[in-house]
Design a protein around this ligand. Structure first.
Ligand code: ADP
Length: 250
């Protein structure tokens, strides 16, 4: 019997930006398929940097003390030759939607990912429509992203990523700048997503509501990795890493 490969496997990942100090130190974790995992920690902990490694946005790593870096998505190693394959598996949503949106119309932005896999036009248009509707933006196809609020732009980014039907979602602060209705809508979308998710967020109430497990990252190191309620209800651990026990767990 073949063992089921984890959706995400990261071993011995260390990183420093060119000319900068060390940002990630010897990161190791695995996420089984279908699990929703939160990545929490104070600002500057390295959360965005870690997420960006999952689809090869930061290729130049530094040596870890524990051995060579290995990052695998669904068993596929993140190597130069496998990058297009890995990027099809990982849907990445940037913290700032302006880093992600670049087409003149929303339809083109949402279609960009699935277009790259050569879908027929009718299938492509149906995917664009369906995924815009799923984020509450039905009928926005012909509008310009310049005419949207930040929250709407974030939803367009998510629609684009979902339209590519990835196995893994890597989401960087998806809930910032969303009003309560949009936030609730997004929670519903993520709960229905059948794949694996790693979500960097400061919204710990959301973590309790949505996630199975939590990784606490501080100063580039994983300081805790466990079930959400167990980790987030520990006042000493939370305080030590600049976090607060969420309201629901007090
Ligand atoms: P977080 O997402 O947890 O707030 P980041 O991954 O954005 O943390 O940043 C981690 C550290 O890396 C911070 O000290 C930040 O200043 C630094 N950093 C982030 N981006 C760059 C960059 N492009 N060049 C140099 N340093 C960076």
């Amino acid at each position: 019997m073949t063992a089921v490969l984890p959706a995400i496997r990261v071993a011995s990942l260390s990183y420093a930006y060119p000319g900068g100090k060390s940002v990630l130190r010897d990161i190791c974790f695995e996420i089984p398929r279908g699990e929703i995992v939160a990545l929490v920690g104070p600002s500057g902990a390295g959360k965005s940097t870690l997420l960006m490694h999952l689809n090869g946005l930061l290729p130049e790593r530094i040596e870890s003390v524990s051995g060579p870096t290995r990052i695998e998505i669904a068993g596929i190693p993140l190597e130069k030759t496998k990058l297009p394959q890995v990027r099809q598996l990982v849907g990445f949503v940037f913290q700032d939607p302006d880093d992600q949106l670049f087409c003149p119309t929303i339809r083109e932005d949402v279609a960009f990912g699935p277009l790259n896999v050569g879908l027929p036009r009718d299938v492509l248009l149906e995917r664009v429509q369906r995924n815009l509707a799923s984020v509450g933006l039905a009928g926005y196809e012909h509008r310009s992203t310049l005419q949207l609020s930040v929250g709407e732009k974030k939803r367009v980014c998510l629609a684009g990523v979902l339209a590519s039907e990835p196995e893994v979602l890597a989401l960087d602060e998806p809930f910032s700048n969303l009003d309560p209705r949009a936030r609730k809508g997004l929670i519903g979308i993520l709960k229905r997503f059948p794949g694996t998710q790693l979500i960097a967020t400061h919204d710990l109430d959301l973590v309790v509501e949505l996630c199975h497990r939590v990784l606490v990252l501080d100063a580039g190191e994983i300081r805790a990795n466990g079930p959400v309620r167990q980790v987030l209800s520990d006042p000493v651990l939370m305080d030590k890493h600049g976090l607060e026990v969420p309201y629901q767990l007090r």
